[in-house]
Write a protein that binds this ligand. Sequence first.
Ligand code: MG
Length: 414
Amino acid sequence: MDHKKLTILGSTGSIGRNTLDVVSRNPDRFSVHALAAHSNHELLARQVEEFRPALAVLFDEEAAGRLKELRPNGGRTAVAWGMEGLLEAAGAAEVDQVVAGMVGAAGLLPTHAAVSAGKQVGVANKEVMVLAGELMMNLARQTGAVLLPVDSEHNAIFQCLNGEDGAQAERIILTASGGPFLDLPREKFISITREQALRHPNWNMGPKITIDSATMMNKGLEVIEARWFFGLPPEQISVLVHPQSIVHSMVEFVDGSVLAQLGLPDMRVPISYCLSYPERLPLDLPRLNLGAVRNLEFREVDHERFVCLSLALRALKLEGGVPAALNGANEEVVAAYLAGGFPFHRIGSILEEVMEHLEQELNPAGPTPAVKERPDEALTPGYLKHIATVDDAVAADGHGRKLALRIISQAANT
Ligand code: MG
């Protein structure tokens, strides 16, 4: 494997830090061209000091100013900010591979820039695939970009499909830990605290994805992500609860054979696979001991308690911009929840209202949604029916955000 130059989008987050850990274990294989983060200038300064990239970007301009003042790497690293800075980092000519590790729809444009520039792109930022998965896959075919799934489930499926004829895969089985409330009875959901929701049993991740895991919206987004990554229709993608998070996902083939990828839950494994693909790199981490694990459990999802997963599947069925709108709504609802806006169980019910509203917009003859439409939104916007451009994806995302914010504020006023 040749030496690779990397851009890491979201370097101060969980994916970014794990990526840099893999890089630091393989200094002969990888170097860093650019590091980009939202606003954590102190951690980014330490990362710049250690990895000495040519470029460091902070989305927040004020934080970029503070980073400049710190003069990490003796001031030899250029500092940029804003979306312009992110796009520069993602599309730079020197870069072989971009790790898309930002959170949420904010990663759409930088990832699009990397795919447009024909890079290898390790996609951890699943919202990008939810917003514009079909567009990204088509664009990659045109530019020669290679999209590699970092998400542990999709990485597992990607590994199971390696060397296989994808047309002979009959079904993808995404495993789900079920999050912290897997065994909590429905009537107790009303007393869930934020601390409980932020405590994932198996994975240590950022707050947004941790809440998504607790509601199981994360699994819904992953089904949509899988639909585009692997080109399978929704009916060939299923979800199975597996509380131990050892089997990271499975593929069932036409002959009934099921292949699975197993390992301890550690994001450095899928990250390393994406960085070194199609090779594997030695990785000195604790190893899976099935004799010690002893039990691997599997069960069906309870859709009544985890309504968010069903909502994502409903959105996927409608396709077009509906998944993007639901994703945008989810980001707003989760942000408002984290800010202390309402109790945990309301996340699902607010998003259900959003979904009913979207369905109504696409099918005006259907049941009337609980939130009254405004006259200026009486027509179905084209982007809800079809995402043809990145701007459509941005518009659909914004549409969902607006709906969610309206429902949140109406609920707060009653
Ligand atoms: Mg995952």
